[in-house]
Design a protein around this ligand. Structure first.
Ligand code: ZN
Length: 161
């Protein structure tokens, strides 16, 4: 199973600037999924330069209309030209503010918070763009629903800005 890269230990791949637009978009998608569907952040992520996929645990399959709303909302956030910023806080300060369940046992006492404007904040060690204007246009390529697992898989790409 692919691990969720937000919150994970830094892996060389996620320091790769070439996937920074995709990965930063992942933050925005996660927050939009939470807002639209009341779910959690993605349960699994596979981020690549050209095409990425995200899995979400949902109660039921999103409709085509839902997918359209997701696309529109994410692109509206991108279009705001939000600055991406980072801050460091202690694990104690992070209690209650963030889900620390996925934090590795050997995580440092200080954790890194990544904020996309005031839209989203989460713990992450990856590399991000400085401003959402660098992301491009978010486009859902395909999606499918696994009824047994109650898992929605969405594949997406970015059209260069
Ligand atoms: Zn990140």
């Amino acid at each position: 199973m692919e691990t969720n890269i937000e919150i994970n230990k830094p892996s060389p791949k996620f320091q790769d600037v070439s996937i920074a637009p995709m990965h930063t978009c992942e933050h925005i998608i996660n927050r939009t999924m939470i807002n639209l569907f009341g779910c959690g952040r993605s349960v699994s992520a596979h981020i690549e330069k050209k095409k990425s996929k995200l899995d979400y645990a949902l109660e039921s399959a999103p409709t085509e209309e839902d997918v359209k709303r997701l696309e529109e909302t994410v692109n509206a956030v991108i279009a705001q030209g939000l600055d991406v910023s980072t801050e460091f806080i202690t694990q104690e300060e992070a209690q209650g503010r963030f889900d620390l369940k996925r934090l590795p046992d050997d995580a440092s006492e200080t954790v890194r918070v990544v904020k996309v404007g005031n839209y989203d904040e989460c713990l992450c060690l990856g590399t991000h763009v400085k401003n959402t204007s660098e992301i491009g246009t978010f486009k859902v390529i395909s999606h499918d629903w696994n009824e047994e697992a109650k898992r929605w898989r969405m594949r997406f790409k970015l059209v260069a800005p």
